[in-house]
Every structure is written in structure tokens, then in C-alpha cells.
Design a protein. Structure first.
Lengths: 258, 231
């Protein structure tokens, strides 16, 4: 069985002035894998995610990507326009706050269609059907397709944002604390939704979170970050159940039992 | 034909935040397990039976040595890539832990279905098969659409077993599968294990009950001989 390597990251480093954002990051991501990045706030996990998703340009290092079309590309040296196009169509970014990823002044269906229009889908009824399909897939009521997301609960908005991103069939999805702002009661259902969708469509995903329960249920492998560097990496349950590095041991032994 | 091979496997735990305490658990394990064997892991409590099982599943990392799994080709799970181990777990090695661990609010029947979906074996006959298995394990129909997190210990253990036994695995790792079951449910589970053995599934099991061990196991591996001398 040969699974395609979709992303290769080498010595990725980013400084904010003299401050380390992240330093010397290396990993490979294969098609269909879900990678979790964990660490406390200030550990550099969001900086790393932003470097990977193209939101900031890292100070040094290399990101090779290999998508379905076009062979291996050196992401960081792509012309700006090509980078933008790639991010719009092949990337999907799910923000912690759904309001950052949605346009609250257009309808739920409009939000999904907006994204699809970027990948040159123009047929109105097809757009609408795709919108309904994804709303149902994320367990929303598709009759609410014409409503404005401003009237949705936080959990519903997050579902809509996830629908919007996944509808365009992105090759890599980046999620920043996808359940961060939600009530515990909504979290589990959203995690279950994400998990079953992931299995259905075999998407590749990178998730940043500080919640170890989220990574256990959602991710295949982990990067544990501290002070901008990766201190431990491996299969998610191996890292959590048999942590080797002192910081990972501290992290996993600090969870309160309910 | 050998299906599992351990070469010079050592396992120690270093507790960095507890004064760097080093726990040497298992040392110099060299052994082979053949297809279709049913191995009982024995040794006193705390000796490392669960640790042994977890190393075979890739859940614990040996401090040194190789653990080779023979699928179509040889895979050393100690140094394989994550997706290779995940693939092995999806189709080849099933593991039943002592305690059920599932997402809250997901119904029992979906938890069991999930195994078949992961193995791409879920079809129109699957639900009948799943319901039959749950009934055989004495999980009442009224509970199928409930999350197992509120079930009793014995019921949770049976859901945990159903979740793995429904799958089509070549190796099963069972950590005290009958520990919290009454006699009737014990014998049901034993029969299920026997029927897996008839299908030439390789089983490694931790079980304290001598009677059960004699009934299903073809060989014992006593972990006493792998205790490091310096302990």
C-alpha cells in the first residue's frame, strides 16, 4: 500500500523580530492523515499553522506540497497569485471563531456558494443543492439555507463554517481550535460530525488545539510544541499514553479527572 | 507461519517529572507467535502484561528492539510511519482495552458500526449482523440507541468487545475481556473467541481465570522470565 505524501516540511522557522515564533519544524503529511498540533498558549502552534496555511511567510525553511494535479511544488517560492489561488481552492481554513470564516450578511447557502464560486462552479441549482447537501452532512437543518448565520447559535455557525470549507472538496483543511468557543455539550457532537465526514471523504487535515481530548478523538499523529520547537512527535495515542519527553509527560499528567 | 515476532525488546519508563525515576519493566524479549495461536500472557499483577499488549498495538513504544508484524510484508511497528500503523490497526490488528473509551453521546449501534465502516465492510447486511452480535452479548435492544457511557461496567465491556469482534481482524489483542462479566456472559464471550480461532485468527489474551485459559489457549507466555535482574 502506497499512500501519497502530500506535504513535506523542512526546518520551518519563523521569528517575530528577535522572538521565536516556531523553529526547525520538520514533518511529513500523507494523504488522508489528520495531524494534531498541541502545546500551551505561546508555544508557537498557531504561528506554525499560519506558516503552513500561507497566512504568514516564514523566515526560513521549506514546504513542499504535492496535490492531485501539478506534481511537487515548492509552496513558499510560488508566485503570490498562484499561492492565493491555491489557498482559495485547494486549502480550507476553519477558524476558531466562525464569524472570521463566514460572511454574516449573506445567507447560509450564500456562504457555501461563495466558496464554490471560487472553484468555478456557476450553476445556480447545483450550488444550492451542494449547499443543502453539506448542511445535512454537518447535521444542520437544510431548510434554513436562506437564513442569515447571524441568527444561528455558535455551534450552528461552526457547522456552517465547516460545511462551507468542505463543500469545495479541499485537499488540505487547517483547523484552529475548531471546538474552542463552544459549549461542552455541543463539542462532542461536532467532533463526531467532523470524524465521520473525514472518514467519508478522506480529507487531509491539520488541527491546532490545546485540548488533548480533541486530538485523541480526531487525530492520527501529533506534534507537541513548547517554546517554538517540537519536543515530541508520533502516533497520537502513543504520545498521549506513553509520552517520552518531560514536557509531554507534564502535559498529559496535568489533566483534571472529572 | 509466524505472524508476530519480537526481537530483543526492552521496555522501561522514565518519569522525568518524578525525579527521573526509571522503571525497568521488561527485558530481552525474543519470541515468535504463529498464525492461529491463542496465547495467554501470564505473570503476577504489575509485571507488564498490559504493557506487552500495548507494545504490540503500537500504543507503547519499546525502549529498544523490534516488533515485526507479518501481513503481506514485514512491518516493524517500532519504527514504522504513523499511517502504516493506523492502516495495520484498521484492517489487521484489533485491540480490546480494559475500559471502553468512546465519544460521549454517540449511540452504541453507531460505535459498533464504525468498525465496519472503517474496514469498508459496511453494507446492507451489516445492521442485521451488528444487532445479532449485540443480542448475543445480552445488550438489550432498548439500549442500542443510547451512548454506552452510562451503562454498567459489564455492559460497557461487552460493547467494547462487540466493537472489535464485529471487525475482520487477523490478530486480536484482548486485555482481560471477561474480567467484569458474570458466568453466563463469560461463556458467551469464550464461545465468540473460540469461533474467531476457528477462522484462524491469532489471539493474545490476558486472562486470570485458569479454567478459561485452559479452555481457549494453545500456549502460555510467562512474563516472569523477562523481568530485568536489577529490579
Amino acid at each position: 500500500m502506497n499512500i501519497k505524501k502530500i506535504m513535506h516540511v523542512e526546518n520551518l522557522t519563523h521569528f517575530y523580530g528577535n522572538q521565536i515564533g516556531c523553529k526547525g519544524i520538520n514533518f511529513d503529511l500523507y494523504k488522508g492523515e489528520i495531524l494534531g498540533i498541541v502545546g500551551e498558549s505561546g508555544s508557537g502552534k498557531s504561528t506554525l499553522l499560519k506558516c503552513l496555511s500561507g497566512e504568514i511567510s516564514p523566515s526560513a525553511g521549506k514546504i513542499n506540497i504535492s496535490l492531485d494535479q501539478g506534481g511537487v511544488k515548492d509552496f513558499l517560492s510560488l508566485p503570490e497569485q498562484e499561492k492565493r489561488q491555491l489557498m482559495r481552492s485547494m486549502w480550507g481554513i476553519v477558524h476558531q471563531n466562525p464569524r472570521d470564516g463566514l460572511n454574516l450578511r449573506i445567507s447560509a447557502g450564500g456562504n457555501i456558494a461563495e466558496r464554490l464560486l471560487n472553484v468555478s462552479e456557476k450553476n445556480y441549482s447545483h450550488l444550492r443543492n451542494t449547499g443543502k447537501y453539506w448542511m445535512e452532512k454537518t447535521e444542520m437543518d437544510s431548510d434554513r439555507i436562506d437564513e442569515f448565520p447571524i441568527g444561528f447559535s455558535g455551534g450552528m455557525q461552526q457547522r456552517l463554517q465547516i460545511s462551507k470549507i468542505l463543500s469545495s472538496n479541499p485537499q488540505i483543511v487547517f483547523m484552529d481550535e475548531p471546538t474552542g468557543g463552544l459549549d461542552v455539550s455541543v463539542q462532542a457532537k461536532i467532533l463526531d460530525t467532523i470524524k465521520s465526514i473525514v472518514r467519508d471523504i478522506n480529507v487531509t487535515m491539520i488541527i491546532v488545539t490545546h485540548d488533548l481530548a480533541v486530538v485523541r478523538f480526531l487525530t492520527d499523529k501529533l506534534l507537541v510544541m513548547k517554546d517554538g520547537i517540537v519536543v515530541e512527535t508520533g502516533l497520537t495515542d502513543r504520545v498521549l499514553d506513553d509520552p517520552q519527553h518531560s514536557y509531554t509527560q507534564l502535559l498529559t499528567s496535568s489533566i483534571l479527572q472529572v | 507461519m509466524k505472524i508476530i515476532e519480537l526481537k530483543n525488546v526492552n521496555k522501561k519508563f522514565i518519569l522525568h517529572n518524578q525525579k527521573g525515576t526509571v522503571l525497568n519493566v521488561l527485558k530481552n524479549i525474543n519470541l515468535e507467535i504463529k498464525t492461529g495461536e491463542c496465547i495467554a500472557l501470564v505473570g503476577k499483577s504489575g509485571i507488564g502484561k498490559s504493557t506487552f499488549l500495548k507494545m504490540l498495538y503500537g500504543n507503547y513504544l519499546p525502549s529498544s528492539g523490534e516488533i515485526n508484524i507479518y501481513n503481506n510484508n514485514k512491518i516493524n511497528i517500532v519504527n514504522s510511519l504513523e499511517h502504516q500503523i493506523i492502516n495495520l490497526r484498521k484492517y489487521f490488528i484489533g485491540y480490546v482495552s480494559q475500559f471502553l473509551r468512546v465519544l460521549p453521546r454517540v449511540p452504541t449501534i453507531e460505535i459498533v458500526s464504525d468498525t465496519l465502516k472503517q474496514q469498508s465492510l459496511f453494507d446492507e447486511h451489516s445492521l442485521i449482523k451488528i444487532k445479532k452480535l449485540l443480542s448475543e452479548l445480552n445488550i438489550q435492544e432498548s439500549m442500542w440507541n443510547l451512548s454506552p457511557l452510562t451503562f454498567s461496567g459489564g455492559e460497557q465491556q461487552r460493547v467494547n468487545l462487540a466493537k472489535t469482534l464485529i471487525g475482520n481482524y487477523s490478530i486480536l489483542l484482548l486485555d482481560e475481556p471477561t474480567a467484569s462479566l458474570d458466568d453466563m456472559n463469560k461463556s458467551i464471550v469464550i464461545d465468540m473467541i473460540k469461533s474467531k480461532l476457528k477462522k484462524n485468527v491469532t489471539i493474545i489474551v490476558i486472562v486470570h481465570d485458569n479454567k478459561i485459559r485452559n479452555e481457549i489457549c494453545t500456549r502460555e507466555i510467562n512474563l516472569e522470565k523477562y523481568i530485568p535482574n536489577d529490579n
